[in-house]
Design a protein around this ligand. Structure first.
Ligand code: IDC
Length: 386
């Protein structure tokens, strides 16, 4: 066993032993923060105003001709050989006592990058991009974000066949690389997942039939309920979508969002779903969400709620603004302490601080530090240090 692996094992064991009392209160000296409680956040605090929606991300789904096949790719990587990858080691995941665990019931922590909207930045869905994320960034999971209601969204005039092709390509690359992969039904301006429930049911029926025998596919059924969506409405939606997935893929791991842009995990904790292998998503943007939301996570985790951070950023909740790496570091410590999985937003070269590539940078794999934004360099270093 390599020294790094022994050190990891030690951390996992000590992490498991130290589950209680970790987190915000164990984070060491902290600077005072001024913050808006999530419940009082306005739409503009979160930053997804109508001005974001149109035109900024390119109208067309571009033809993705950048990817190479696995055969073309460099076989050298840190993740091991084709028979020795993160997924072959950990297999089918499930939830036990509030924790995501592997086929041997050992805790696993998934971490990696989320794509931006697949319709807007399809060029990053390529084998060599994911290989770079695995081998150079040291990540074990990719999230495929498919907007449902924004410009070019799946339910608002987007090219469905092309979007599904991107999802399927992404799953195929992740599978070939032995990475876990999240299929994210990225609701946002539709607010309540019931708005496009029929489309969601058909989409997840198709995806779960396709990937029933894949150990590495995770289904995220509603990115961020918000606005008028309530936990009751999300619960009703989940109560219909989950059985459709489970009919094909009985032990699939499924992620469920909550109101207030997936911050209301306390509501899920108070009235949880009656299904196995569910994790509730918490989303944070470190520049906006600080002690209040960390405390909420800590108390839910202490009470055994299974939580998965399927999206976070180091900047503010608009996806832009200054990065707050001090707050981000406190979040990472909390997540590590409870072995909570986390996926960083976003894999794009958009001119916004949450994008990990420099604006205008055209490389679609094998990035070096010079290709990365401030956020990109920080999160790559973070992942590499794990
Ligand atoms: C943002 C993107 C931005 C895009 C906008 C569309 O960063 O480029 O124009 O969506 O409305 C979320 C959402 C995620 C947001 C992100 C930043 O899940 O889609 O992406 N964010 O606002 N929740 C909190 C923040």
């Amino acid at each position: 066993m390599r020294i790094k692996n022994m050190a990891k094992l030690f951390l996992i064991i000590t992490g498991a032993l130290a589950l209680s009392g970790c987190g915000a209160s164990a984070g060491g000296a902290r600077v005072p923060e001024s913050e808006t409680p999530p419940s009082q956040m306005s739409e503009s605090d979160r930053g997804t105003t109508a001005a974001h929606e149109k035109g900024r991300d390119g109208a067309e789904i571009q033809e993705n001709n950048n990817f190479t096949t696995p055969d073309d790719a460099d076989s050298q990587h840190l993740g091991g050989t084709a028979n020795d990858t993160y997924v072959t080691t950990h297999g089918a995941l499930h939830v036990s006592n509030g924790q995501l665990v592997d086929k041997d019931n050992s805790p696993v922590q998934l971490y990696g990058m989320s794509t931006h909207g697949l319709a807007w930045f399809p060029q990053y869905v390529n084998y060599n991009a994911f290989r770079t994320l695995r081998d150079d960034w040291n990540t074990n999971c990719v999230r495929l974000a498919m907007y449902t209601a924004e410009y070019g969204g799946y339910c608002t005039g987007g090219d469905r066949e092309e979007l599904k092709r991107l999802v399927k390509n992404g799953v195929e690359y992740a599978t070939d690389l032995g990475m876990y992969v999240i299929i994210d039904w990225h609701i946002l301006s539709d607010q309540d997942p019931n708005v496009y429930k029929e489309d969601a049911l058909a989409f997840f029926e198709e995806m779960s039939a396709e990937y029933a025998d894949h150990d590495n596919v995770i289904y995220e059924i509603c990115n961020e309920p918000n606005g008028y969506a309530t936990w009751d409405s999300v619960k009703a939606y989940a109560g219909e979508v989950i059985p459709v997935i489970r009919a094909n893929d009985s032990d699939a791991v499924i992620l469920v969002g909550s109101p207030t842009w997936s911050q209301d995990i306390d509501k899920a904790a108070a009235d949880s779903l009656n299904f196995d292998n569910i994790l509730y998503t918490l989303h944070f943007y470190a520049g906006t969400h600080k002690d209040d939301l960390r405390s909420r996570l800590e108390s839910c985790a202490e009470n055994g709620l299974p939580v998965f951070v399927s999206e976070f950023g180091m900047c503010d909740a608009s996806g832009n603004g200054a990065n707050d790496f001090d707050s981000a570091t406190q979040w990472m410590e909390l997540l590590d302490c409870y072995s909570i999985s986390y996926m960083c937003w976003n894999l794009a070269n958009k001119d916004e601080s949450s994008s990990v590539f420099l604006s205008g940078n055209e490389k679609v794999s094998d990035w070096t530090a010079e290709d990365l934004s401030e956020a990109g360099n920080w999160i790559r270093e973070h992942f590499r240090s794990k």
